[in-house]
Design a protein. Structure first.
Length: 299
């Protein structure tokens, strides 16, 4: 591919996605609120842009990898926003975890401006984003997929087409986040009980990761706990937000989610205790009377 593709948001996922697009032969224009992040990517062969509008004026496809709906609104409709600079028929790919109803409405708003839209939340973590092996949960109109061409496959190993209108991608993503948040909370609770009972943390991790009680989240996140490293790859407050979206969606149809509600309260407790910006595995810090492993390799 030789298309001009824009990536807005160079965080843990966005930078890897931009790298994957560049490997696929795209000319990749990038923009981030941290100008130094865009300049660093440009030094490796990309094009740094000072604003979403500058980026959008040069790109047929704009991929937004920001945190939430509010940031996406700013990317599109804020000062120097992308929407006013995108040429008619251009495509906006929205990769954030958002309220599905908001995504449905955004498709209509962009259509009124002559723009195409894909509801395309992502999953897999920074390593899979960097290797082009992540998962995309997408929905949108056929003409939006046609415009995307090979762009989605360049970024993801699994691109699920879940419907011909926005909303379904976001619904599937928040169900994924329901499981992810509950699994992290359960993993933290299990590790905390083991520590309280005097079980060696490394031995417990070894046994569980080779037993039926294992989960991807236990294996991934409890490794952070063993290392004593709470550098945020996905922060506590991400799950305050995402589980909040899960509960809001279920509340609208009066559908009970007792495990999700409990996990949400655990992340809320961790956030209010001062761990909001730490890795989401820091939810384990809410449990009293346990001594957590010290950080390996220094403070």
């Amino acid at each position: 591919m030789t298309q001009n593709i824009g990536v807005i948001g160079l965080g843990a996922m966005g930078r890897g996605m931009a790298q994957s697009l560049r490997r696929a032969g795209c000319t990749v224009h990038v923009c981030d609120v941290r100008a130094e992040a865009a300049l660093a990517f440009a030094a490796e062969g990309g094009v740094a842009c000072a604003s979403p509008a500058e980026l959008a004026a040069q790109c047929e496809v704009v991929v937004s990898v920001v945190v939430n709906a509010a940031q996406t609104e700013s990317v599109l409709f804020g000062e120097a926003g992308a929407a006013s600079a995108m040429k008619p028929g251009s495509l906006f790919v929205m990769c954030s975890t958002v309220d599905p109803n908001w995504s449905i409405a955004l498709e209509k708003r962009l259509a009124a401006l002559g723009l195409l839209y894909l509801d395309a939340p992502i999953s897999g973590g920074a390593a899979k984003a960097a290797s082009g092996q992540m998962t995309m949960m997408t929905s949108g109109r056929p003409e939006a997929y046609a415009k995307a061409g090979g762009v989605l496959d360049a970024m993801a190993a699994k691109v699920y087409r879940l419907g011909d209108a926005a909303g379904t991608g976001s619904k599937v993503k928040i169900i994924n986040q329901l499981l992810a948040g509950v699994h992290i909370a359960a993993a933290a609770e299990a590790m905390a009980l083991g520590l309280r009972e005097g079980v060696d943390a490394a031995a417990l991790y070894e046994v569980i990761t080779h037993s039926a009680g294992n989960s991807w989240m236990f294996e991934n996140r409890m490794a952070h706990v063993l290392a004593g490293d709470y550098t945020p790859l996905s922060a506590v407050d991400i799950f305050v937000k995402d589980l909040g979206l899960v509960l809001d969606t279920a509340r609208a149809s009066k559908f009970p989610l007792p495990l999700s509600a409990t996990a949400h309260q655990m992340f809320m407790q961790a956030s209010s205790a001062g761990y909001a910006k730490e890795d989401d595995s820091a939810v384990i810090k809410i449990f009293p009377g346990i001594t957590l492993p010290a950080r390996t390799g220094g403070a």
